[in-house]
Design a protein around this ligand. Sequence first.
Ligand SMILES: *Cc1c(COP(=O)(O)O)cnc(C)c1O
Length: 245
Amino acid sequence: MTTMKERYEQVLHRISAAAEKSGRSASDVHLVAVTKKATVEDVRQLIDLGHADFGESRVQHFTQIEAQISEYIGRRKELGKPDLTTPIRWHFIGHLQRNKCRRVVQLTRLVHSVDSLRLAEELQEIAEKKKIVVEVLLQTNISRERQKTGIAPAAVEYLLEQVGTMPNLKSRGMMCMAPYNEDPEESRPVFERCNELFKDMKKSKHCEDSFNILSMGMSNDFEVAVESGANIVRIGSALFGDDAT
Ligand SMILES: *Cc1c(COP(=O)(O)O)cnc(C)c1O
C-alpha cells in the first residue's frame, strides 16, 4: 500500500517531468484532484500536504464533500494546524444539468464543463441574481464520441461569442476528454487537436487575455495531455485509487 503523500508526490513528479519534456516549467501546469472516488479523509490529507485545487463531477457528492471539507477547514485551527497558504478552490468538471446549477455556482471557482448555450444562459441568469461572475471553460467533444458531452469543435467559436455577451460569465479557456484507451498515445491526436482549437480561439476577437486555461488529461493520459499543451490536468484514481467509494 502506498500512502497519499507518496501518490501525490509521484503524480506531481510525473506532471513536472512531462512539462519539462515539452519545454515548459512544472509551475505552468496545475493539478486538480478529482474527488469523486475520494473519502473525506483522503481530501483532508491532501489539504494537509498543501494541495488546494479539487474537482468534482457529480453535484450531490460535490455539495456533501464541500460541506465536510469547509467544516474541516474551520476546525483546523482548533486542531493546532497551520493556516492554509492558499484557500481551497473547487472546480466543477462534470455534466451539469440546468436545474442543479444554482447549488454549484456559488461554491465553484471554475466550471470546466459548459457544453451548451442553454447551460451558459442558465449560469448567466443565476450569476446575475447573485451578483457574481462565474468563470467557465467550454467543453469540447473533439473525438465526437456520442456518449461524451461537449460541443462540436466547429461550434466553439459561436458559443464563445455568445458567452462574450454575458456580463456575469467569463470564458477562461477550454476543456476536453479523450476516449479511454489502454495506450495513452491514442489520446495524443485528440489533445493536439484541442490545443490547436484553443490557440485559434485565443486569437479570435471574442477572447480576452484571460482566456488562457486548457484543461485536459486524466489518470491514464495526463502526461500526453501536458505534452500537448494542457495547463490543468484532472486526476482522480492515480491519487485516490480506483475502487474507493
Ligand atoms: C472522473 C473524472 C476525471 C478523473 O478521472 P481519473 O481517471 O480517475 O483520473 C477527470 N475528469 C472528469 C471530467 C472526470 O469525470
